[in-house]
Design a protein around this ligand. Structure first.
Ligand code: ADP
Ligand code: ZN
Length: 713
């Protein structure tokens, strides 16, 4: 029966219709009195897992949380929904603390947030000991472990506090990051009693991962910000100097803020607050920014430089999209970033083993920037998780911003050079050899005598560098993890060198940025901001972005039921804000002549708008494919879609390249396939024109493309 109540609470207060993956099971476990261990990625919805039992159970629930800002955020959110909760931490005066304790003591409030340090205070613990505590939730439980990234000594005192209680409450440990060591530490150091584990995986489905190499970073960001309009985002730089540089570049055009450890405390706090309250929408920061940032509607995180390892990257990038909405994580890479990070490792006084581990982690980070594999899969594998899908369809590798090219020949030249210098040199020397450089080193060691010397003299140095790095990332070449990294061959490259297997790599196509523009949405955001300033709570606490977006599509204008059907609108929030939002909607509907006479029509209006919006998301070549599958020929499709025949042909070939079922033979004239194949083998498949030129006039481009695709060139 608690299940019904739990769902009712979820709907009434939180405004959600159903539980997310893992939530219901974990709540059930808690309700049945067992200890529970939840590992969920950021934004997965951990707080509901303790907030709902807190409302269902009879006694007090204590939530132990490491950061004042996190606590404040949660309490604000709860109060906004109409749930009574208080916190006690060093930001309050003694009087406020007493008041809050009284409310808890009187049973007015069943949910108490505290920082772990508080539990070291004898007097405080005594106060708690005479209360009926049913449940203790330990948020960010990895803080208990020295292996975790933000160890907090006072987390270790939690156990002795619990031991002091007459009746041991059920416990819940929550975290987003848990390696096996950390997991064991948490269970042991908190004395969890044979806890049931809920692990939903580290995948953050709503995040799109993108890597761009060799971009003009400043220009890239300039263009990107233009597209993104008012959306919130963070740009991380490696150094204060770079942060300042970008800030100066953008501060006049955008509502941008700056944050690094070199700024005065006061300025930093102001910047952080302005960002939280959407007074500025971009923050340019070093990694000093972040701890305690709980802003949930961050739509993009750009890394101006590559960080030192994937843990750091995933954590920083993971600040995007905590509200579960689509968000982007972009890494702008250039090879200078590796030098910087190598230098930082080199100049530390770490033990050789630790250094070597850091180099290995750095290499994994670089490989992420060069891999031809799905980026999500790469990250999850790195964290030891299997990703069952072949492709995520939501990263810069899976999306068609990359294309596969055959690099067998070039790869062979590179492998062969490494082989011929007996795997004793690093990347730059290998490039020197291939480029035919006459520098000192080459001459001194007679490397100009190597048979691959100057074989790639016509290639750009940068391109060779890129290629080698890709080959490293894809496991063809190995790099030693020390101060003088040397390239070595692997079994994979040995195979390719023998000519047994072709080498394909994926290369970048073009950038595409999407931006949602919606007048009503902007108006709703403005109102949210206004309320935020009045109430002194961040905008995303009032309504998440997703809620505003849904409102902007469905125009819930006057009927309470309509508004309450919007995701994220609970009863209390409707009471508080419904009317003000409705006024905007009504005006908007009037001004734009949108007719909504009854519920069913509203649905139609909503769904047709939704379709409109969805259009760019359904990739255009799939629409062509649908028509093709219906048996229409390309000319017909071209007419129906009002697109040129050439475009339709390209769509079809794109589908074929993606492995969809296309009859490629229908594009190849009878008996001409051999001839075309021969031409391709002669001049290579990377460009069509040279192939066309050596073939008879009557062979069309489509035929050549079809043959290339059919034979997987
Ligand atoms: P975490 O603590 O795991 O980082 P939160 O508890 O802050 O995540 O939840 C992230 C977001 O997901 C919040 O905006 C929250 O309101 C939303 N959320 C949580 N549970 C649900 C649900 N069942 N349905 C829809 N949204 C939810
Ligand atoms: Zn992917």
């Amino acid at each position: 029966m608690w299940k019904e109540s739990a769902l009712k609470i979820l709907k009434e207060y939180f405004g959600y219709d159903s539980f997310r993956k893992g939530q219901e099971e974990a709540i059930e476990n808690i309700m049945e009195g067992r200890d529970t261990f939840v590992i969920m990625p950021t934004g997965g919805g951990k707080s509901v897992i303790y907030q709902i039992p807190a409302m269902l159970l009879n006694g007090l629930t204590i939530v132990i949380s490491p950061l004042i800002s996190l606590m404040k955020d949660q309490i604000d959110s709860l109060n906004e929904m109409g749930i009574d909760a208080v916190y006690i931490n060093s930001s309050l005066t003694d009087k406020q603390i007493q008041q809050n304790l009284m409310r808890v003591y009187n049973g007015e409030c069943k949910l108490l947030y505290v920082a772990p340090e508080r539990l070291e205070s004898q007097s405080f613990v005594h106060e708690l000991m005479c209360m009926d505590i049913s449940f203790i939730a330990i948020d960010e439980a990895h803080c208990v472990s020295k292996w975790g990234h933000d160890f907090r000594p006072s987390y270790r005192k939690i156990k002795s506090f619990i031991n002091m209680l007459e009746n041991r409450p059920r416990l819940l440990a929550c975290t987003a990051t848990a390696t096996p060591e950390v997991k064991e530490d948490i269970i042991e150091l908190l004395s969890l009693n044979n806890p049931d584990m809920y692990f939903t995986g580290f995948n953050r489905e709503n995040l799109t991962f993108k890597v761009f190499r060799g971009e003009n970073k400043d220009n890239f960001i300039k263009e990107y910000l233009k597209e993104k309009g008012e959306e919130s985002g963070i740009i991380f730089t490696a150094t204060r100097r770079e942060a300042e540089h970008l800030y100066n570049l953008f501060k006049d055009k955008y509502k941008a803020g700056l944050y690094h450890a070199g700024l005065k405390e006061e300025i930093r706090r102001q910047m952080q607050e302005d960002f939280m309250y959407d007074r500025i929408n971009i923050i340019i920061a070093t990694n000093a920014f972040g701890m305690g940032i709980d802003k949930s509607n961050i739509r993009f995180v750009i890394h101006y430089n590559m960080p030192k390892n994937l843990e750091a990257y995933y954590q920083e990038a993971g600040r995007a999209g905590r509200d579960g909405e689509d968000s982007e994580c972009i890494l702008l890479y250039n090879s200078g970033d590796v030098q910087t990070q190598r230098y930082l490792i080199e100049t530390t006084t770490l033990s050789p083993e630790k250094k070597s581990k850091d180099y290995a982690n750095l290499r994994n980070m670089v490989d992420y920037c060069y891999t031809s594999q799905c980026l999500r899969k790469y990250i999850l594998n790195y964290f030891g998780e299997e990703y069952s899908e072949e492709n995520c369809g939501n990263c810069s590798i899976c999306n068609e911003e990359n294309q596969k090219i055959d690099a067998t020949l070039e790869a062979q030249m590179i492998f062969s050079s490494i082989y011929r210098v007996r795997e004793r040199y690093g990347i730059n020397t290998i490039i020197d050899i291939l480029k035919g450089s006459k520098n000192q080193r080459i001459m001194k060691f007679s490397l100009n005598k190597i048979s691959t010397y100057s074989l790639m003299k016509d290639y750009d140095r940068k391109y060779i560098d890129e290629l080698i790095n890709k080959l490293i990332a894809d496991g063809y070449i190995q790099v030693t993890n020390d101060d003088y990294p040397v390239l070595k061959l692997t079994s994979k490259s040995a195979n390719a060198l023998k000519g047994n297997e072709p080498v394909y790599i994926s290369m970048r196509k073009a950038v595409e940025v999407k931006h949602e523009d919606n007048d009503l949405l902007n108006k709703l955001k403005e109102l949210r901001k206004e309320i935020s300033e009045e109430q002194r709570i961040p905008p995303y606490v009032i309504f998440p972005d997703a809620t505003l977006r849904e409102i902007s599509r469905r125009f819930p204008d006057n009927k309470e039921e309509k508004f309450l059907n919007i995701k994220g609108v609970g009863e209390r929030k409707y009471e508080k804000y419904g009317e003000r939002f409705e006024t905007i909607i009504i005006n908007y509907v009037k001004e734009n002549n949108i007719h909504i006479d009854n519920a069913s029509e509203m649905e139609t209006a909503a769904s047709s708008r939704e379709n409109e919006e969805a259009k760019p998301k359904v990739k255009t070549h799939y629409i062509t494919y649908e028509l093709y599958k219906e048996g229409k020929d390309l000319k017909e499709i071209s007419k129906i879609r009002d697109l040129t025949l050439l475009t339709i042909q390209n769509h079809i070939f794109q589908c074929a390249a993606e492995g969809l079922d296309i009859d490629l033979d229908s594009f190849i004239p009878e008996g001409r396939e051999e001839e075309i194949l021969k031409a391709i083998n002669e001049v290579g498949a990377s460009k069509l024109k040279p192939i066309k030129e050596i073939l008879p006039e009557d062979i069309e481009y489509t035929a050549i493309k079809a043959v290339i695709l059919k034979h997987n060139y």
